[in-house]
Design a protein around this ligand. Structure first.
Ligand SMILES: NC(=O)c1ccc[n+]([C@@H]2O[C@H](COP(=O)([O-])OP(=O)(O)OC[C@H]3O[C@@H](n4cnc5c(N)ncnc54)[C@H](O)[C@@H]3O)[C@@H](O)[C@H]2O)c1
Length: 384
């Protein structure tokens, strides 16, 4: 019979959108349904889950719905339990740093949503403290596991692009203000005091996507704004949107690649997917989204000629070719949980740690500074 090795995980923030859907249901419960995470020696790591949150009723409801028995509103008591090896955080961003600090002090390995803190100073302090305590740490970098970006990575690895010249990213959709139709994102996202803002939310993602697939980010120039200044919250009450809801940024990468990414909650989608990256290289180009990726090779590139007097007689989009899946793509959050749990149990490599998280926070912080001061800012290496 296969041996099952339990690993206790304190899950904080499971009543939220990400905590519940992606981390609890699609990752940890899915891992349990599959029997656990298989290790090299044939044993199975079995996540034992302790749900933590502010509302006893909500926690009981989630636990009952999924056949779980362990929950508490007392984070301190959860962290004091010796059978819990890992602390996971998917709370609102503003609550994260404090809670992770407590978990590190309690000797728990750390796995967390991004951004790891609201300031670079805070993010670095967490990384240093976790290292000093000899703990394992990981940060969610889910976009790398999206099928579209996996295919893009495959193209880069194959040398498809030749010399990569530029990356243009378009991310965004209309987030309803909340008066006439309910907003589809939580209201704290639009209040800076609560850790909101599109820069703090999205630049950490752009950081690891660029660093991992192309090259490290060396400089940022950003224009940041709040297009919609007044919104309505979950209770239908009007509030002032103090956080940025759009950012227009240029990221300069090591080696000279220029990446321009627009991020906005105030645009309407006229794209195939909610995020798309166009990569242009000397030998070929690609457009990658969440799931799909299309390419055009140098040898099949048409020769457009500028002539406004003539209508366009063909569809430019039809001149691209779809990159095939060639593999089954598992849920990215689940794949990353499995990697992190193997990292704790058998020292398997895991590169996306609190330092990677801090570099993402650094890009957000310097992006906001660039916008405030109206200038280009270089990113210094972080001092460990
Ligand atoms: N990886 C990704 O793609 C991704 C996507 C969205 C959000 N996130 C991150 O996940 C985290 C949670 O985002 P979400 O969209 O699930 O938010 P959410 O508002 O749906 O959930 C927030 C959670 O934090 C808890 N919480 C604790 N203290 C709180 C407080 N003082 N005020 C309000 N809620 C409090 C809530 O009870 C809830 O469980 C954020 O840090 C966000 O940056 C990551």
């Amino acid at each position: 019979m296969t041996t099952r090795v339990p690993v206790g995980i304190v899950l904080n923030g499971v009543t939220g959108r990400m905590g519940y859907r992606q981390h609890l249901v699609r990752s940890l419960l899915a891992i349990r349904e599959a029997g656990g995470v298989p290790l090299r020696d044939g044993t199975l790591l079995w996540p034992e889950l302790l749900l933590v949150g502010r509302s006893e009723a909500k926690l009981r409801d989630i636990a009952t719905r999924h056949g779980l028995t362990d929950w508490t509103t007392d984070l301190g008591a959860a962290l004091a339990r010796p059978d819990m090896a890992v602390y996971f955080d998917a709370q609102v961003t503003s609550e994260r740093e404090k809670a992770i600090g407590l978990a590190i002090a309690a000797g728990k390995h750390i796995y967390t949503e991004k951004p790891t803190a609201t300031t670079l100073h805070g993010a670095i302090e967490l990384a240093r403290a976790a290292d000093a305590a000899g703990l394992r740490h990981g940060v969610v970098q889910d976009k790398l596991f999206l099928p579209g970006l996996r295919k893009l990575q495959r193209l880069v690895d194959a040398g498809f692009f030749g010399k990569i010249l530029s990356v243009r990213g378009e991310f965004g959709y209309w987030v309803f203000e909340g008066d006439w139709q309910q907003a589809q994102r939580p209201s704290w996202n639009y209040r800076s005091a609560d850790g909101g803002g599109i820069v703090v939310d999205m630049f950490p993602h752009w950081h690891y996507v660029l660093e991992q697939i192309f090259a490290p980010v060396r400089a940022v120039t950003a224009h940041v704004t709040t297009h919609i200044p007044r919104r309505w919250d979950e209770r239908g009450e009007a509030y002032e949107a103090t956080a940025d809801d759009a950012a227009y940024a240029i990221f300069e990468l090591e080696g000279g690649v220029v990446a321009q990414i627009n991020s906005s909650w105030a645009v309407r989608v006229n794209r195939d997917e909610l995020v798309e990256f166009q990569v242009d290289g000397t030998e070929g180009s690609a457009v990658a989204g969440l799931r799909n990726c299309r390419i055009q090779h140098r040898a099949t590139t048409p020769k457009p000629v500028w002539n406004p007097d003539l209508p366009v007689g063909h569809s430019f989009r039809d001149q691209w070719q779809e990159v095939p899946d060639n593999e089954d793509f598992d849920n990215g959050f689940k794949a990353q949980w499995e990697m992190f749990l193997r990292h704790i149990a058998q020292d398997a490599p895991y590169t996306w740690d609190l330092w990677a998280g801090a570099r993402g926070v650094q890009l957000a912080e310097l992006g906001l500074q660039s916008a405030r001061e109206g200038r280009r800012i270089e990113l210094p290496e972080l001092e460990r």
